[in-house]
Design a protein around this ligand. Sequence first.
Ligand SMILES: C[S@@+](CC[C@H](N)C(=O)[O-])C[C@H]1O[C@@H](n2cnc3c(N)ncnc32)[C@H](O)[C@@H]1O
Length: 397
Amino acid sequence: MKLPDRHGQTASPDPRALPPPTAGEQEHSARLQQRLREEIAARSGSISFARFMELALYAPGLGYYAAGKQKFGASGDFITAPELGTLFARCLARPCRSILAQLGGGDILEAGAGSGALAADLLLELEALGRLPESYLILELSNELRDRQAGTLRRKVPHLLEHIHWLNALPVDFRGVILANELLDAMPAERFRVEANGVRQLHVAWENDRFVWREKPADEAIRRRIEPLALLPGYTSEINPQAEAWVRSVADVLEQGAMLLIDYGFPRAEFYHPQRSGGTLMCHYRHRAHDDPLTLVGLQDITAHVDFTAIAEAGTGTGLSLLGYTSQAAFLIGCGLEQLMSASDPEDVRAHLGLTQQVKKLTSPHEMGELYKVIALGRGIREPFPGFEFHDRRGRL
Ligand SMILES: C[S@@+](CC[C@H](N)C(=O)[O-])C[C@H]1O[C@@H](n2cnc3c(N)ncnc32)[C@H](O)[C@@H]1O
């Protein structure tokens, strides 16, 4: 099956067609390979795919997100919505403003803040709207990205730095808005394959100088989740208990407010659709997408789509209300995208063209508009949740 890339376009499935890494990149990748091989040897010959993905992305100083590669933007490997321009952040400012107004104050916490672009543009828009949060908190795993975020924020919002703080762990008793764009897809997923004799968990081993897949009996917890789906033998896909656990831990600390999660994915019935029999794993390397996570370790992004039904269940199972679920296009339109667009001066051709291009990328069904979804979960928040009035698909989860 051909894979869609981050923006829904068809991907090149052959990793041999990828541009070759530089000598420095190869050296870096070899160090991470060594780290992975040591772990594989210490665990009797194989590690779960989730552990492989965790080290490939986040091993201190070596993983894709933990080391110095450019990653985001035209000179990196992929582009996310906040990197396209300010429009995405300006739209998100509307629901943030309403929730902060409803709470009479509160903070914003952004998890996985990438280059810091969303934080900077959101703060500028909230300032213009007269509703700055008391604090803008950033929870980021990667020290390298923390430094990059600090640089972006020093450059773009030097006068707001006193509002911004980095956290090492979730705060206790949080009131406000928790935001995460493309965080859940970057969390280590487990991979499984259904065989005639039951569900198998995919592990990674090292053989003949390369990483290879190994099948093991699935953990009890994975088996219990996958068996009722009655998938046919050969069906291979992912399940993401870490992403679900993250939502539960956020729910535990959310005293009042909402979490707004934006990512690519589907409701469970579509995620495990019979035709998606190869799963949703995708790798991004210099703006090419492919489906082999065992190559280019440390040099490429590895992601899995999000099962939004599982995310909704993780939140509601911990006492949160499901406040909305829809496509990114419908959500941004519900946040006033068209009004922001019509306020732009068409005489300023360059700025207007830039905005038109952002609208197209963010909302076109062939780009990010339909594949990307937005889910809101919260506690003590009135409905309707701003942004979902236009089209709410909660019933499909
Ligand atoms: C695909 S990037 C998206 C970055 C940014 N939100 C954007 O849209 O450009 C994923 C981000 O999540 C971070 N991340 C992954 N797991 C995390 C976790 N458990 N807690 C906090 N940040 C995490 C990564 O380091 C990275 O900044």
